[in-house]
Design a protein around this ligand. Structure first.
Ligand code: AVJ
Ligand code: FE
Length: 440
């Protein structure tokens, strides 16, 4: 699918690494040192941990593994190993301070660029190095999105700024799209930067189903909420109801009821709920309850990917809903260009061949599927990236959010989180089985 030469890889990797670093620097320079070391929520690390962790992983994978160089800071490996210390415990660790962390990631990056310039890139080593550089870029971008979620949790005046996303063109889209039944290719063996859990490509038979054309909007969600949906047991699964009761959840995270209706806070700004925008900061359980209320269900992960990738005219899976080209600003709301999702229907150029909109960008979309390896899965480069999470209490999320960079998402990309999580930029769309006669 992608032809890579050593020169291509060097140029592409350098650009992608620089872009990720500009974002990390922007997110960490936006606040003062006191704010950088503070834990804004038990769910998140202090920003200074994410920063040094980005450097630590880059040191391990690029400087030591690909480059075969001497360790810079073997003494801090343990501090920045996510498996050694849960997020809640990280503030108490003897972490690098802001100035030390910044100096550390700069030094690692200089060494990584030196490796990129000098490491032999031929045959198998080209593929392996492409993967390592791509993985490090994606890793930094993933933590940048995590840091953006930490920004959303911090109190105080706005420190991040971005232009407003495009509005939706006038005219209504059909509410739903029929996705015909049949086999399609799920996952990939061709994407050079696909992570282990996206591999290998395999055929899946997906019966016909009907999918919402856009993610569920705040306006639609308000009907569920104002109609008493949070208080009706029958819409909720058993664990969902227990969670809703235990935490007295009555609205999406960051929403507040005022005498004149619902408001929200978004990166320090208080604003009325934007009814045309996809709802976000809902748990899987809330998404599931909404779908039940609407007489629908959440899509499976295979349904989501078929809607996002299958081209019925050519009978093949694309890299993205719009085709094989990398995302641009016309295709999708990705890359923190904006600090919010765009209105439903705002990206007509990013629609799939069947007319499903905004599958990429805006909000991550909950699916009803748990985390398992595809048939033929093989852990790479190590079990801790994906395999140790298989079978855990997770649901798959697809498509990326406004805070996901294009380097860190594609039609095959698989994200996962606990069904109770709400601090991530996650929303959903609904699916349903076709009614008799509807599937043609
Ligand atoms: C794929 C987003 C679930 O952030 O926990 C970052 C990605 N893995 N560092 C996460 C990841 C190791 C991961 N998610
Ligand atoms: Fe990480």
């Amino acid at each position: 699918l992608l032809e890579l030469s050593p020169q291509d890889l060097r140029a592409h990797a350098a650009t992608a690494l620089n872009r990720a670093r500009a974002r990390s620097v922007g997110l960490t320079d936006a606040v003062d040192d006191e704010d950088l070391v503070r834990q804004h929520s038990k769910l998140m690390s202090p920003l200074v941990w994410d920063l040094a962790h980005i450097g630590s992983q880059e040191e391990l994978w690029l400087v030591r593994d690909v480059g075969g160089r001497e360790p810079l800071r073997p003494d801090i490996d343990d501090l920045y190993d996510a498996f050694q210390h849960p997020r809640a415990d990280r503030p108490a660790l003897p972490l690098l301070g802001p100035a030390e962390a910044r100096a550390y990631v700069r030094e690692v990056r200089e060494k990584a660029f030196d490796v990129l310039e000098t490491v032999p890139l031929d045959g198998r080593r080209l593929t392996e190095s492409a993967f390592a550089f791509g993985m490090v870029t994606q890793h930094e971008q993933q933590h940048d999105e995590t840091m953006l979620a930490t920004h959303q949790l911090r109190k105080g005046e706005p420190v991040l700024h971005a232009p407003e996303p495009p509005r939706a063109p006038s005219g209504r889209l059909p509410a739903e799209v029929l996705v015909p039944g049949g086999r399609f290719t799920m996952g990939t063996s061709a994407e050079p930067w696909a992570l282990d859990n996206e591999r290998p490509a395999h055929e899946v038979d997906v019966p016909a189903f009907v999918l919402d054309t856009t993610p569920v909007t705040c306006g639609a969600y308000l009907e569920f909420l104002d109609g008493g949906g949070y208080h009706e047991r029958r819409f909720w699964s058993e664990p969902g109801w227990a969670y809703r009761q235990q935490h007295d959840i009555v609205a999406p995270r960051f929403w507040y009821r005022e005498p004149d209706g619902w408001w929200r806070t978004r990166f320090g700004v208080r604003e009325p709920i934007p009814v045309r925008e996809p709802v976000m900061h809902v748990s899987y359980y809330e998404a599931e309850a909404y779908a039940n209320w609407a007489g629908k269900r959440l899509p499976t992960e295979a349904e989501w990917e078929k809607a996002a990738r299958f081209d019925p005219a050519e009978g093949r899976s694309r890299r993205f809903p719009w085709g094989d080209e990398e995302p641009t600003a016309e295709h999708a709301n990705l890359g923190q260009r904006h600090l919010r999702p765009a209105e439903a229907g705002a990206y007509p150029a990013g629609a799939s061949p069947l007319g499903v909109h905004q599958l990429m960008g805006d909000v991550w979309e909950w699916t009803s599927t748990g985390f398992h390896g595809y048939p033929g899965f093989s852990a790479f480069p190590y079990r801790e990236y994906s395999e140790v999470f298989f079978g855990g209490d997770y649901r798959m999320l697809r498509g990326g959010s406004f805070g996901t960079d294009g380097a860190a998402v594609r039609g095959t990309f698989r994200n996962w989180d606990h069904p109770i999580r709400r601090q991530i930029f996650a929303g959903f769309r609904c699916a349903r089985d076709p009614r008799p006669g509807e599937a043609g």
